[in-house]
Design a binder for this molecule. Structure first.
Ligand SMILES: [Zn+2]
Length: 474
């Protein structure tokens, strides 16, 4: 069977603003010369750090740009902002923006309003997608959507929640996470349907919030993501000594476990977050690209300043590595994991249990759950860090795909405070141990059901040989 073009290794370039002083078409040559084989195209439509296609404004230039990219063998995936309201539409905030439970507008990047997928904003996005279908593009990327904070409480969401569930929307609602994820799901299905109606062979994907389970549902999200692309390579966000250097590889491993038959891409900011004009050092750049590719992901390399940043030590290191990857594609294409140890990523725990939120341009902070002593994401990255520093190769598995066939590949499976495990996962882990497998688990693992409801005892009490007696709180 012929593989689609985007199922082969991708080296995607992006320029997330426009400081090119009118030399827009020159950017094609810069990417092609640097070894990239695709662009996620943003800069000809840039309005500050956001971009939404408007045919009357952008079509003329885009037609020229796309023709030149075609000549240079560069695939083009059009970028479409789907998380903030751009400055020229800031006046629409009353109708389009997300609000918290007190009615205050959420702010992204401390600057912009966040658009709501249930508001009238959605209609203008669908119209833009219809018009993008007239362009000679190879795909469409939606940067978003996101659901901020504990959820959106705008008038449209309040009305929809009341209609769906027959009760008023509140922060205490047990169905809030389900509603948020369902809203994103419904929006994405329609966006996907519209694009594919015009471009059946085009690639379509979103900025996938892999470690922010409250904004999507798995495996439903695989229905409308031809590629699983996530911001695993947006690095630092704080002092360098506190950064997790394995963030790209952990994200790549979890992506592979969540979507084994699907192309994966790690999005890497060329710059140290949050300083858009400060490019990573050569070593930081090489580590991020190499650890993504070594874990079977393609790479997206995004500049948040001008293309002059390609002529910095970090930019030159990126281009050198891209050209090397281009020369040796056959070596790292279609690889298979060969580790004998796996760390479980629990989507149910990520959604329902107390956890840090991995810093990104969209998310951050901590979600508090009363009475939960653990911190899921810290535990996950802590175990991954210990394994990486011990030079023990490892894969990820997920609680949604904990089948005997998957678990049976490993000698040892680590459950990093996988507090919320559904019955099927518990049963599969029990069988795995019965068949000779080894488990390492921490803290509240299996003490809650997949829904987040407490169990009377650990679901794996018989396997652990321990029972839950209560918490020591003093
Ligand atoms: Zn809303």
């Amino acid at each position: 069977m012929d593989r689609k073009w985007y199922e082969k290794p991708l080296r995607i370039a992006a320029l997330q603003c426009n400081y090119e002083e009118g030399r827009t078409l020159d950017v094609v040559d810069k990417w092609a010369d640097a070894g990239f084989n695709a662009e996620q195209l943003f800069h000809p439509m840039a309005e500050s750090y956001t971009a939404v296609y408007k045919s009357e404004t952008h079509r003329g230039l885009l037609v020229k740009y796309l023709a030149k990219a075609r000549r240079r063998g560069l695939r083009v995936i059009l970028y479409l902002n789907a998380h903030i309201i751009e400055p020229s539409n800031a006046g629409r905030r009353e109708a389009w923006a997300q609000r918290d439970a007190r009615g205050e507008f959420y702010r992204l990047y401390e600057t912009y309003d966040a658009c709501c997928v249930n508001s009238a904003w959605r209609d203008r996005v669908f119209e833009a997608i219809d018009r993008i279908g007239d362009l000679d593009v190879d795909g469409l990327f939606l940067d978003g959507p996101v659901v901020c904070g504990s959820g959106c409480f705008c008038p449209a969401c309040r009305a929809l929640f009341q209609k769906e569930f027959g009760e008023a929307l509140s922060e205490e609602s047990a169905r809030l996470a389900e509603f948020s994820a369902g809203s994103v799901d419904r929006f994405m299905r329609e966006a996907h349907r519209r694009f594919k109606a015009r471009k059946p062979d085009g690639v379509f994907y979103m900025n996938f919030p892999l470690l922010h389970e409250s904004c999507f549902s798995m495996p439903e999200a695989l229905d409308y993501n031809d590629i699983l692309g996530t911001e695993g390579g947006f690095m630092f966000y704080g002092p360098a000594q506190g950064a997790c250097l394995w963030k790209p590889s952990v994200n790549a491993k979890i992506s592979e476990a969540a979507a084994p038959g699907r192309p994966r891409v790690i999005f890497m900011a060329a710059d140290q977050k949050p300083w858009s004009w400060y490019v990573h050092t050569p070593v930081e750049t090489q580590l991020c690209i190499a650890s993504s590719v070594a874990n079977a992901s393609s790479i997206w390399y995004g500049l948040h300043g001008s293309t002059a940043l390609l002529d910095t030590p970090g930019g030159r290191a990126a281009a050198e590595l891209m050209r090397q990857l281009a020369r040796h594609e056959a070596i790292y294409e279609a690889t298979q994991p060969a580790s004998s140890v796996a760390v479980m990523h629990s989507f149910d725990t990520s959604r329902h249990y107390h956890s840090s939120r991995q810093a990104s341009d969209f998310y951050g902070g901590i979600r508090q759950e009363q009475g939960a002593p653990g911190n899921y994401l810290d535990s996950l990255f802590g175990f991954c860090d210990a394994l990486a520093r011990s030079s023990i190769p490892f894969d990820a598995v997920t609680d949604l795909d904990a089948s005997a066939a998957v678990l049976g590949r490993y000698d040892c499976i680590i459950l990093p405070t996988c507090a919320c495990l559904r019955d099927a996962a518990v049963e599969a882990l029990r069988d795995y141990v019965r068949n000779g497998g080894n488990l390492i688990a921490s803290l509240d693992t299996s003490l809650l059901a997949g829904s987040g409801q407490p169990r009377a005892d650990f679901g794996l009490a018989d396997v652990f040989g321990v029972s839950f007696e209560g918490r020591v709180t003093e």
